[in-house]
Design a protein around this ligand. Structure first.
Ligand code: DAH
Length: 367
């Protein structure tokens, strides 16, 4: 009678041959030595010491060996795994030390460097100037209104009583967008904001609208195809030209100081009736006899052209849905660039637009 041949397995397990185990160990040690950083070493650890590594798999085969072969194979695989783990630990230590050293060099902060070496930026005088102008009116209880720079032809012209054949249309050299039959322009003035405001609000209306405008002008010391205007609009009961004059005098004084007022000269704008050109008292000679004659700022006039204004044309009120029997209004429009040129003695308009940071910096960090 023979017993069950349970602990003898005649199958030879190749991975457990001495030279195989040796090859696995060699491969693992070579990979460990070749790992250049901790990330690579992590991969090597997975491949050569992880659960699915050749040595781990070999270890699992040991149980399948005949008892007499188990001891020797167990020792062989155990030693190889021990050597691999040792090599991994040693390499980890080396790579960690290297990593730390590199971080120390790469992340060095020179605490002896002087601070605040970066020049402080400054806001552009057009931005601060527009805000300053708006503030003058906001302080009187007005609101700031805005509109898009890409504007409907109707709002830029027709709503303002500048019909298609109106000769004044050609006074404003317009940038048209394509296709022409969409009737869209780059706004030539801030006056369309008047129309937008009247269409969306009900009187009493007190708004000021600073913004960018466009005309096909040459680019020189006094012209630019893009510039800035500020529009003012009041619509209320009982508004007269006297309110307009008072508001503009206040604006002039706020911008240029005590004693700087305005004067009106009769003029024509389709959206106002009557209309006037506004002149600003020359802030250099103030029109004083003995000084005005030689003043180079106003060229002996005592006054400087500042903008346009007038009583809102009833046709504009009607086009924008406001009853001209009940309400009257006034409006004005000035060049912001021009105003700031006066205020700061800027002689070339191009300095405002060319973006040299030294120009803006000269105005300081005005908030
Ligand atoms: N929109 C005019 C222009 O750009 C300026 C202007 C004139 C605005 C008279 C007004 C005004 O509001 O009443 O030439």
């Amino acid at each position: 009678m023979s017993g069950p041949n349970s602990d003898y397995d005649p199958v030879e397990v190749t991975p457990l041959k001495a030279e195989e185990v040796e090859a696995m160990r060699e491969a693992a040690l070579a990979a460990i030595a070749a790992a250049a950083d901790l990330d690579q070493l992590k991969e090597v650890r997975l491949a050569h010491a992880g659960d699915r590594s050749p040595l781990a798999l070999a270890n699992r085969e040991i149980g399948a060996l005949p008892p007499q072969a188990r001891k020797e194979a167990g020792q062989r695989v155990g030693q190889a795994r021990g050597a691999v783990n040792q090599a991994l630990a040693a390499r980890t230590e080396v790579l960690e030390a290297e990593h730390e050293e590199r971080m120390l060099v790469e992340e060095t902060v020179d605490v002896t460097l002087p601070v605040d070496r970066l020049p402080r930026g400054s806001r552009h005088p057009i931005t601060t100037g527009s805000e300053l102008i708006a503030d003058v009116f906001v302080a009187m209880g007005w609101e700031v209104a805005e509109g898009p720079v890409v504007e409907a032809e109707w709002l830029n012209f027709d709503a303002l009583n500048l019909g298609a054949d109106h000769p004044a249309r050609t006074m404003q050299d317009t940038f048209w967008t394509e296709p022409a039959d969409h009737h869209v322009v780059l706004r030539t003035h801030t006056s369309p904001v008047q129309a937008r405001t009247m269409l969306t609000r009900t009187p009493p209306i007190y708004v000021v609208c600073p913004g960018r405008v466009f005309r096909t002008d040459e680019y020189d010391a006094t012209h630019s195809p893009m510039f800035h205007q500020v529009e003012g609009l009041v619509v209320d009961e009982g508004i007269t030209m006297a309110h307009l004059k008072g508001s503009l005098d206040h604006f002039a004084t706020a911008m240029f100081g005590e004693g700087i007022d305005t004067r009106f000269r009769p003029s024509y704008f389709p959206f106002t009736e009557p209309s006037a050109e506004v002149d600003l008292r020359c802030f250099v000679c103030r029109g004083v006899a003995g000084e005005v004659e030689t003043c180079r700022t106003c060229r002996g006039e005592g006054w400087i052209e500042w903008g346009g204004c007038g009583v809102v044309n009833p046709r504009v009120l009607t086009a924008c849905g406001i009853d001209p029997e009940r309400y009257t209004g006034f409006a004005f429009g000035m060049g912001i660039d021009r105003t700031l040129m006066f205020r700061h003695g800027i002689t070339d308009l191009r300095d405002i637009f060319e973006g040299d940071v030294r120009f803006a910096a000269a105005f300081g960090t005005e908030i």
